[in-house]
Design a protein around this ligand. Sequence first.
Ligand SMILES: [Fe+2]
Length: 281
Amino acid sequence: MTVCEEPLRILHLSDLHLRSDRHWLYHGVHPWERLTDVLVGVDPDCLSAQGLPRAPFDLTVITGDITHDEGAAVYEELAAELATLQSPVLIVPGNHDDPAAFLAAFGGRTQVGFIREQQLGSWRVIGLNSQVPGEVAGRLGESQLNWLDERLQAERDRPTLIALHHAPVSVGTPWLDRQQLEDGGAFMACLGRHPQVRGVLFGHVHQEYAGRTEDGVWLLAAPAVSIQFKSGSSLFAVDPSPPGVRWIELCADGRLRSEVWWLEGRGPNRADLTWSEGENS
Ligand SMILES: [Fe+2]
């Protein structure tokens, strides 16, 4: 099901939590195995079995926590794994990432790596860094918000998606809502000045989330590739769901549609597909 003819397709991944020790267990799961499940589930054979195009994604967006408190070696290994997607990759850092190692690994890359801004047909995707070294919560800061304001002012007619790690709003899971984007109010106010922004992609919450502002901006979290957190929980709690990804389709006229896929070694489980987002006009 598509919302328009030949939409651009984005694969949104988040919260991989990889360590160089591939046998390391993160709350009982192997993050590298979960990444493998995801990459198998979105390979051309699995996609065509779902009646979807075999062509590579137009863009892969990864919203942070690539590593679980480790450095350069993990980023290099991930870059090699992602090459199989044959897609440009826009990556933003999360609170568990190492800023210096992250930039060393991805800063100079164009095909696979940190792209701060990507033109995508009639669309644009902008990546932001919400990481505050040493803190779990996130912040964009005044200078980055000013930069964003200027960039959005410069192309007011181009439909835009913004990607960052931290949730800019509460998602209804109290222990996570205490560690969201600290200047989320200023960020949302900035979006309110620029109606061409159609959606915000984020992670950090390790759960599916889809909300919409009064101005019609979609706020979309991808589930984690690693472990899921229990939605609505007051305290830290793990949900046993398999790895998940978000699939997004962009129409040339600025509408978008998205669904979440759950993957567990056998390809995507679209029986649980969630068309929670309607047309965004
Ligand atoms: Fe995370």
